[in-house]
Design a protein around this ligand. Structure first.
Ligand code: AMP
Ligand code: ZN
Length: 665
């Protein structure tokens, strides 16, 4: 091995080990900063030496692959459901049933039931080669590009692992990361995600794996499948999986009777609230794999396992008042203010009531005693009303008709659940919310300026829209609360620097309804300037790839408002990027215009991402699945056989990496 290759290998080994220590063992052995430096070094070396490409390199975890249609693959071993039990009797009945079917002493493993999305991982020669969702249990989608970004999933196993096996587990989103994601969403005026489980399972189906990489997902493993694994009990298989580098929670315990199982359940029924992720029960499994085999399966589930569901904790408390919040887009959210009550280890004071329909459906009234539950949701849910305790003179809740902030009459569009305040330019929370969105990290990323300062600036009358930011002077901001010479300097400097933010992000920052990051990128790339977008008709907009009628209408509305035109002109005058910079346009050609291209396999001289960028920069379109519309396939090594078959059937041409590169020269 030459020294460069050796150096690359050493870096990979070192980073893998740090990853493992941090994400699997929860034990950091390097600072984030040093890790980043080393990762960047490795990235640079790999880019310079593509001949040493390795799919299991830690650099592969940042994502970047875009999958439009995930490939559906059959499970080699079916993914069953679990039978549920809710009481001691249920578990005893189960034991009676299985004792009739197997001989000998039965021992049980007790594991927590992690509440997330199940996944089946296939490893060959220690490498992850497939990651398939449960789907209908018989077949699921291969989401390997997304799974690879989850740091606790080993890309390369350690120790003495079998040549080929499947391992099953649950992808979960720990509370801490979930809450952080929601804070960021609220900051940019998006609806927060409802619960960690749905967010985890939604993440698996995201098309852009670099988006998945940003989500703090974890993979907890619980089941090995395969032949000749040389393992005789469930406990042993968990231990083995741990040794190979998988994250297997340590709660798993052996129990020699149903009473011992119940002790485990009792313990975790309260202590589960101390866990960093959601659990919804316990899974009890016959420990001996021989006995498991004898017991076999019913049509739906293994006879050798039983889930015990925790009861969602419920309390009742008084509804003191309902208040209404106005979001950045003007959406109104009703909030229940409750008499504080202890629930699942926290004090609950508020609950979301979602919208007018929800209040009507449950007939929730101020003064009522309501049932509150903390299930999978972080925000507790109101389940219903204790009608026996309803005060005699209670009246049905009348939903507000006017904005609580600016008194404008609310509107509710057909088919929408939410009421909106239409006072776009005069409603304070909307004004503040829009500016907060404008300055947020993914938008203009203005350093030295935070959400609270924005509110302060608006309330003090210093700004009333985001273009006013560029007129602020140091003297104006110094008198503000908690401002000092230095912070004022930083703020002004941060605003100045935001003039370098590229057009696509400025477009996103404008806060046009339904124009998120991806749509902004699409529009920026297609139209290249704000003026071109402003002049585009609804029909023209709809013709842009992935732009639907809802987005097109919203864009038209935005530019038809006089105030917005005024603000945009001001931004332009201050030098904010309202068109694609010349640099960005350079290197773009139309050589592949009209070509619909599928990329498959591993490449020698360019990375997959570079290849995709080349296609886009030259006007081509990338598609993830082969159809009669496909112009050609660029194939590297290891192109999947099913893709090959399909290409042959449809008569689609396959070209090599080299041939493709010639086309773009
Ligand atoms: P259900 O979806 O309610 O039928 O429950 C079955 C699901 O529980 C399985 O598909 C797994 O995804 C999940 N599960 C979570 N934790 C475990 C565990 N420790 N053992 C087995 N299954 C588990
Ligand atoms: Zn309003």
């Amino acid at each position: 091995m030459n020294t460069i290759e050796q150096h690359i290998q050493n870096l990979r080994t070192e980073l893998r080990e740090h990853n493992y220590n941090y994400y699997v063992l929860d034990n950091a052995t390097i600072s984030d900063y040093d890790f980043d430096i080393k990762l960047k070094e490795l990235q640079a070396m790999e880019e310079k030496h593509p001949e040493f490409f390795d799919t299991t390199s830690p650099t592969q975890r940042v994502g970047g692959t875009v999958t439009k249609n995930f490939e559906t693959i059959p499970h080699e071993h079916r993914m069953y459901s679990l039978d549920n039990s809710y009481s001691k009797e249920d578990l005893q009945d189960w034991e009676t049933r299985i004792k009739k079917l197997v001989d000998g002493v039965i021992e049980y493993t007790c594991e927590l039931k992690y509440d997330g999305a199940s996944i089946s991982l296939t490893y060959e020669k220690g490498h992850l080669i497939k990651a398939v969702t449960r789907g209908d249990g018989f077949q699921g989608d291969n989401v390997i590009a997304n799974i690879k970004t989850i740091k606790s999933v080993p890309l390369q196993l350690k120790g003495d692992f079998p040549d080929k096996f499947d391992i099953r587990g649950e992808i979960v989103l720990p509370f801490e990361g979930f809450i952080k994601m929601n804070e960021e969403r609220i900051e940019i005026g998006e609806e927060p995600y409802r619960n960690p489980r749905n967010t985890a399972s939604g993440s698996l189906k995201l098309q852009d794996s670099s988006e998945v990489a940003k989500r703090p997902l974890e993979c907890l493993l619980y089941n090995l499948t395969g032949s000749n694994l040389g393992i005789s009990t469930q406990m042993e298989s968990l231990e083995k999986a741990r040794q190979w580098g998988f994250k297997v929670p340590s709660a798993a315990t052996l129990a020699n009777s149903i009473d011992a199982v119940l002790e485990f359940i009792d313990y975790w029924n309260t202590h589960r609230h101390d866990l960093p992720y959601e659990t919804d029960g316990v899974v009890v499994k016959v420990n001996n794999l021989q006995q498991q085999e004898e017991l076999g399966y019913t049509a739906k589930s293994p006879r050798w396992a039983m889930a015990y569901k925790f009861k969602a904790e419920q309390v009742s408390t008084k509804l003191n008042s309902i208040t209404y919040q106005v979001g950045r887009t003007g959406a109104i959210t009703p909030v229940a203010n409750l008499e504080p009550v202890e629930l699942a280890g926290t004090t609950v004071k508020r609950a979301s009531l979602h919208n007018a329909d929800q209040i009507k459906k449950l007939d929730i009234r101020v003064g009522d005693v309501v049932y509150v539950e903390k299930g999978g949701e972080i925000i507790p849910k109101i389940l219903g009303v204790d009608l026996d305790k309803r005060p005699i003179h209670s009246e049905p809740t009348r939903y507000i008709t006017h904005c609580p902030e600016c008194k404008t009459e609310l509107v509710r569009q057909e088919g929408e659940a939410q009421h909106y305040c239409p006072n776009y330019n005069g409603c304070r929370p909307q004004i503040i919310g829009r500016i907060q969105h404008f300055i947020s990290r993914k938008a203009m990323d203005i350093e030295g300026l935070g959400g609270e300062t924005v509110a302060l600036l608006v309330n003090e009358g210093l700004i009333s829209n985001y273009s006013d930011l560029y007129e602020l002077t140091k003297d104006q901001v110094i008198p503000l609360e908690r401002m000092a010479e230095k912070s004022a300097d930083n703020l002004i400097q941060g605003i100045e620097q935001s003039k370098n933010i590229p057009f696509e992000r400025v477009l996103y920052a404008l806060g046009i309804r339904y124009v998120g990051e991806t749509v902004a990128k699409k529009l920026a790339k297609h139209y290249k300037s704000i003026d071109a977008i402003a002049n585009a008709t609804e029909e023209a907009l709809v013709n842009v790839d992935e732009i639907g009628i809802k987005i097109a209408q919203s864009v038209r509305t935005f530019f038809s408002l006089e105030a917005n035109v005024f603000i945009l002109n001001k931004l332009k005058r201050f030098g904010v990027n309202l068109e694609m910079s010349a640099e960005k346009l350079k290197g773009q050609t139309e050589k592949l215009l009209g070509d619909i291209i599928v990329v498959s396999g591993v490449f020698e001289t360019v990375s997959r991402n570079e290849l995709k960028k080349l296609i886009e920069d030259n006007g081509g379109k990338i598609s993830s699945s082969i159809s009669s519309k496909t112009s050609y396939i660029v194939a590297g090594d290891n192109m999947g056989p099913s893709k090959k078959d399909k290409a042959e059937k449809l008569g689609v041409v396959i070209i090599s990496e080299k041939e493709f590169l010639q086309k773009t020269q």
